[in-house]
Write a protein that binds this ligand. Structure first.
Ligand SMILES: [Zn+2]
Length: 263
């Protein structure tokens, strides 16, 4: 069983039946994040249709300011969720800096819940890597996946030392070189993360390569294999093992651990 640890499965929309068929035919467990209540509800519905959809509840930091009136509902929903994501802080694409405090409040709401229930968090950290890492330490959150990392190579040591999981995505593909600062550093990071802490994801389907789930994941696995000088198969197997390690002691996730264990 392969795993994609960060995808927005509900965004497949008109292609949803094809996408579901694809993950069942090829054996891919999708950790399906959400970015607001409608996308979470859609994801919960999909999880009823397929045991290969692990639904995660999140409110994306870039829409934090629209959710300040219902932090209590968010807290309650987070308390009942299996996994939390996509959550975090964004200092890279958020142009209105007056939204930063709202992002902080929203993330604190999620982290309080994660702390209370020892829930896995899937983090958007773009441009706010230091701040998110400090918050994780303050809340003693142990189970976290760093997604979409554009931070410095120096901070990577801290991520490794704290045993956080690091998810590699499509943005390591050569086609991304023109739009990513510190490209060489980025490629070096791909070799720094130890075997027991890396994961793979697509952030699909709305980000290139915009394929069906299995093919999109293979494209990422092949690229990460090339960078880490191994095979795509090894990358895929190790990533599945690492996700199993992360979820297996959480009784709420036993159904998914069993799926990974028996494959
Ligand atoms: Zn995402």
């Amino acid at each position: 069983m392969l795993v994609d640890v960060h995808n927005h499965f509900s965004y497949y929309q008109k292609d949803i039946d094809r996408a579901l068929k694809d993950i069942h035919e090829n054996g891919v467990l999708m950790v399906s994040v959400s970015t607001d209540f409608p996308s979470y509800n859609d994801t919960l519905e999909l999880a009823k249709r397929s045991e290969l959809i692990l639904p995660a509840f999140g409110v994306h930091p870039m829409v934090a300011h629209e959710h300040m009136d219902h932090l209590e509902t968010i807290q309650k929903t987070a308390d009942e969720a299996l996994v939390l994501g996509e959550i975090g802080l964004d200092r890279m694409w958020t142009e209105d800096t007056s939204h930063y405090p709202d992002q902080g409040l929203l993330l604190e709401t999620f982290f309080e819940s994660a702390q209370k229930h020892d829930t896995i968090v899937i983090l958007h950290v773009a441009g706010a890597e230091n701040k998110v890492l400090s918050m994780l330490e303050n809340y003693s959150i142990r189970k976290a996946i760093i997604h979409d990392y554009y931070g410095s190579i120096d901070l990577v040591e801290r991520i490794i030392d704290t045993n956080l999981y690091f998810a590699f995505d499509r943005s390591y593909l050569e086609s991304y070189e023109p739009e990513i600062k510190g490209w060489k550093e980025r490629l070096a990071i791909a070799t720094m993360i130890p075997d027991d802490l890396f994961l793979i994801e697509t952030d699909g389907p709305n980000k290139p390569p915009r394929r069906m789930p299995y093919e999109a994941l293979l494209i990422v696995a092949e690229r990460i294999a090339e960078l880490r000088k191994t095979t795509a198969e090894e990358i895929a197997i190790q990533s599945s093992k690492n996700l199993l390690k992360l979820i297996k002691d959480d009784p709420r996730l036993s159904k998914y651990a069993n799926i990974l264990e028996r494959s």
